[in-house]
Ligand binder design. Sequence first.
Ligand SMILES: [Cu+2]
Length: 137
Amino acid sequence: MKQLIVVVAVVEVLVGSGRGRTAWTAELKVMQTQKTKDALVALKSETGQWKPGKNAFVLEFTSPSGQPIDAGKVTLSTSMAMPGMAPMVAGATLSSDKAPGRYLGTIDFPDSGTRQVTVSWDGPAGKGSTKFSVPVR
Ligand SMILES: [Cu+2]
């Protein structure tokens, strides 16, 4: 019985730490998918939404056939048209994840409103960019 309890405890520790480490692979909601000639770009996050303040998200690049692709250097920038003012611009900080084709990002928004998002990449699988809009609310 004592042994069983130890085994259960060990499993719990493994599951627990695994959950912490792989928080991003668990149940991410798709915010946007964009198809280009050579790549499918998916923007995902835990809540499936961006809000004012700091946001964490994931960008995933796959080939049209669904294989992860190394997008190389990736940038994500956003812009919001402000009446009578210069557009409000915010860029993301991105780093590549261990998983191929996967990038982890954070971005900070000072207010709500719809953002025009531009994602660009330049890597072994080619170069490209795509634009789409995402509400911040
Ligand atoms: Cu604004």
